[in-house]
Design a protein around this ligand. Structure first.
Ligand SMILES: O=C(O)c1cc(=O)[nH]c(=O)n1[C@@H]1O[C@H](COP(=O)(O)O)[C@@H](O)[C@H]1O
Length: 306
């Protein structure tokens, strides 16, 4: 399948699933259910194989429930070459199961190098085949343009880091320049690019990352980028709640997808699920945590209107 337009595909997938949950695939060795871990923690080929098996198991559970998964490249990259093979296999598996794949690589570089990243990652016709990719704006417009061009050609999507969820992000992002914070300048760039990639859903293929840990900025940025999809991380483990995400959505419950990584994939270790499921029923814990997150978003936000 070739993506026609990421913004429209995401709108269709969110509408079909009636929820905007993105399950983050962030495998960590020390958190895997006991059955996946052997004595060979220092063997990165063994780790990579375990990560692939575990992520396939997560996808089996969440594919019927949610529109997208977001593999975090770092955890696979940490395992070296076999980790990258595992990542490719996980991405293929998710697509086979009908999921949109948002690859979290936070890439960028000077324009000519950025183009290589863009051609490598973006679109189902590319070698990695990501439906969308997270990118950093801090090398400036000439570094972002190749991504936008390849996204247009391939039908893929982008999520530009605008206001990140981490506590230290403000050091740069909140700096005042000409009377406005730097993140507003990035938002303005995203809004402009959105206008040139608008789909029939009213949403574009150039989106923004805005953390659930900054609800006031979510509201402010929703108005600043009315046609851009938001990828909202920071839910759960980083303290963001369903209520905190409410302003990320439009009145119909579209416009934002909410990521949860550890809180879902390692739900078997969370106090509220540990006793009910434990390590051996970890997939049931993944299902319960996903369903609970969907219910919370439907109760506290416009997602209930989907
Ligand atoms: O681009 C991201 O996804 C991202 C941006 C951001 O501002 N904050 C953030 O946490 N993330 C990613 O989202 C995921 C959050 O993981 P959890 O805190 O376990 O849900 C990690 O993969 C982070 O790398």
């Amino acid at each position: 399948m070739v993506l026609a337009h990421f913004g429209d595909e995401l709108a269709a997938a969110v509408g079909r699933c009636r929820n905007p949950v993105v399950v983050g695939l962030d495998p960590r060795w020390d958190k895997l259910p006991a059955g996946f871990r052997q004595d060979l923690a220092d063997n990165y080929t063994v780790r990579a194989e375990a990560y692939e098996k575990f992520c396939r198991g997560v996808i089996d559970v969440v594919a019927p429930l949610v529109p997208a998964v977001k593999p975090q490249v770092a955890f696979f990259e940490e395992c070296g070459p076999s980790g990258m093979v595992a990542l490719a296999n996980v991405m293929n598996y998710a697509r086979e199961k009908g999921q949109l794949v948002i690859l979290d690589g936070k890439r960028n570089d000077i324009g000519s190098t950025a183009e290589a990243y863009a051609r490598g990652y973006l679109g189902r016709g590319s070698v990695w085949g990501a439906d969308a990719l997270t990118i950093s704006p801090y090398l400036g417009a000439d570094s972002l343009e190749p991504f936008v061009e390849v996204a247009k050609e391939s039908g893929a999507g982008l999520f530009v880091l605008v206001k990140t969820s981490n506590p230290g992000g403000g050091m740069l992002q909140d700096q005042q320049i000409d009377g406005q914070p730097l993140y507003r300048m990035v938002a303005q760039y995203v809004a402009e690019q959105s206008n040139s990639t608008l789909g029939q859903s009213g949403y574009s293929s150039v989106g923004a990352v805005v953390g659930a840990t900054y609800p006031d900025q979510l509201a402010e940025l929703r108005s600043a980028m009315p046609n851009s999809w938001f990828l909202v991380p920071g839910y759960g483990s980083q303290g963001g709640t369903a209520k905190d995400t409410a302003h990320a959505f439009d009145s119909l419950g579209l416009g934002a997808v909410i990521n949860n990584s550890r809180g879902i994939i390692f739900a078997h270790q969370r106090p509220e699920y540990r006793d009910r499921f434990g390590d051996s029923n970890w997939q049931d814990a993944v299902a319960a945590a996903t369903e609970d997150m969907i219910a919370q978003l439907r109760a506290e936000t416009a997602v209930g209107k989907l």
